[in-house]
Design a protein around this ligand. Sequence first.
Ligand code: DX5
Ligand code: ZN
Length: 223
Amino acid sequence: MEKVLIAPSILSADFGAMRETVLALQEGGADWIHFDVMDGHFVPNLTFGAPMVAALRPHCTLPFDVHLMVEHPERLIPDFVQAGANSITVHAEACVHLHRVVEQIHELGCGAGVALNPHTPLETVRHILPAIDLLLVMTVNPGFGGQAFIELTKPKMVEARRMIEQTAPHVLLQVDGGVSPDNARALVELGAQVLVAGSSVFTAPTPQEGVRALRWALSSQKA
Ligand code: DX5
Ligand code: ZN
C-alpha cells in the first residue's frame, strides 16, 4: 500500500496553543497540516483566516493544506498563498466558475483541490478532474469537527477512486470528517490517500499520540 498521508485538522486543537500544536503534530509524524477556514456563510461556523496560516508558517515545515469552506473563495486565495499555503481546496458548491478558480490557484503557485459536500454528485468534477491536484470527498457535512462519519459517502469514495484512476491518476483522493483509527484502514481500502482527522487526533492524550494511533491503524502489522 503506497504511503497514506495524515493531515490533522487544527480546528479541534487548542487555539491558545497553536504553535505548540503544530510542533507536536510535526513531531508525531503528521504529513500535512489541515486548516479549516469557515466564513459563517457557506457553513454556519466561523473559524480563522490567512493570519493563522501566516502565524504558523515560520514554525512548521509541513505542507499547509487549506480547506476553504467559504463563499467567493477567489477573493481570499491570494491572501492564503501569501500567508504560506501549499495547497488550497475550494468547494465546487461555492464556485460558479470553478475552472477559473482552479487556474487562479495554480497561477499563484499553489496546489489546487476541489471539495464535494456529501450530497454533491461526483459528476460535478468529471470535467475539471484532470486540471486539479486533489479531490476532497467530505464524509461529514462541513462546518464542525466531532461529527459522525456519514456511511453514505463510502460508495462515492469508491466511484471517485475509479474516476481518478481512469481520467486523472495524478489526483490525490482526500477524505475529511469522522476519520479515526477505527475506520482509517477501511477508508484507505476504499481508495482514500489523504486522511484528515481533527477530533480523533485532539481527543488523544497528546497530538503526537493521536497521529501515531492513526498510523498504527494503517500499519500492516494490524490484523
Ligand atoms: C469539517 C472540516 C473537517 C473537520 C474534521 O467542516 O472540514 O476538517 O474539522 O474534524 P473531525 O475529524 O473531528 O470530523
Ligand atoms: Zn476540512
